[in-house]
Design a protein around this ligand. Structure first.
Ligand code: IPD
Ligand code: CA
Ligand code: CA
Ligand code: CA
Length: 263
């Protein structure tokens, strides 16, 4: 794979998709629910996924696509080149706020992250990472994450996880919330990964994410030294839903060890 040529191609593809999403604000969108009343999907999520798939199939026959809305391939192994795509990460924000959502894309070869992209569509901010070539916020190179402590950290999590659950007992959740400096909840896993990589938050934790939520962000985060695993400390899961913790390297193992009960 020529990473530089692919990078140029993907950036222009993502910008074109972003343009389509911004244009959709001018017309009515149709909104449906998936697994429950709050799990939303729109015609734009589907159209953007299909747009990527038609281009990838045309220009990279032989590559496979793992997308949230199911128009791509059925993926059960990591062989070859796989594009992991979330056409809109943060659909609830897209519907309700018209901001705070992103396109998330990761390109993996035989399970190794090669390229990662998170595009904040409304702000026209592109985060990207190239294996061994660094991570970038637009054209600015992101610096390696500095040393920090739990007590000085800002942690991002979805507020619904703050109720007792099998991973955290009530005291564990409360203790983590009390011990960190602050908690934020942005409603887009991809943006939360981008903020982690750019040093705006120090950890992001979720009880359940899918491969397309984390694939792009993990490539970017790795380039600045962040550690991304499930709650058992294994690498982020690219085949199925799993728990997820991405953090500054100085606090990752302490969060796993001192706060999480059931791995
Ligand atoms: C969701 C967002 C949200 C996270 C959910 C994801 P979607 O993705 O990333 O922040 O808490 O677990 O499913 O459905 O908007 O693409
Ligand atoms: Ca969704
Ligand atoms: Ca998502
Ligand atoms: Ca989505």
């Amino acid at each position: 794979m020529d990473l530089h040529a692919m990078d140029r191609y993907i950036k222009s593809l993502i910008k074109e998709a972003g343009h389509k999403i911004r244009n959709s604000f001018l017309s009515d969108i149709s909104i449906e629910s998936k697994s429950d009343a709050n799990d939303l999907v729109t015609n734009i999520d589907k159209e953007i996924e299909q747009f990527f798939i038609s281009r990838i199939n045309r220009d990279f026959p032989g590559h496979r696509i793992f997308g949230e809305e199911g128009f791509g391939d059925r993926i059960e192994d990591q062989n070859g080149v796989i594009w992991l795509l979330d056409p809109i990460d943060g659909t609830m924000n897209f519907v309700h706020q018209k901001r705070n959502f992103a396109i998330s894309l990761g390109i993996y070869e035989d399970g190794v992250g090669k390229l990662g992209y998170i595009y904040d569509v409304v702000n026209d901010d592109l985060y990207h990472g190239v294996q061994g070539g660094g991570a970038y916020y637009n054209d600015e190179r992101l610096r390696p994450l500095g040393i920090t402590t739990i007590e000085e950290s800002i942690l991002a999590m979805n507020a619904t996880w703050a109720v007792p659950n099998r991973h955290f007992d009530h005291n564990g959740t409360l203790k983590l919330i009390q011990d960190v400096r602050g908690i934020r909840s942005y409603g887009s896993a991809a943006l939360e990964l981008a903020y982690l990589a750019s040093g705006r938050i120090d950890a992001y934790i979720s009880m359940r994410l899918s491969p397309w939520d984390i694939a792009g962000g993990m490539v970017i985060a790795r380039e600045v030294g962040a550690i991304a695993t499930n709650f058992r400390g294994e690498p982020g899961n690219l085949l199925e839903q799993d728990t997820f913790l991405v953090a500054n390297p100085s606090i990752h193992s302490r969060i796993l060890k001192d706060y999480i009960r059931q791995k």
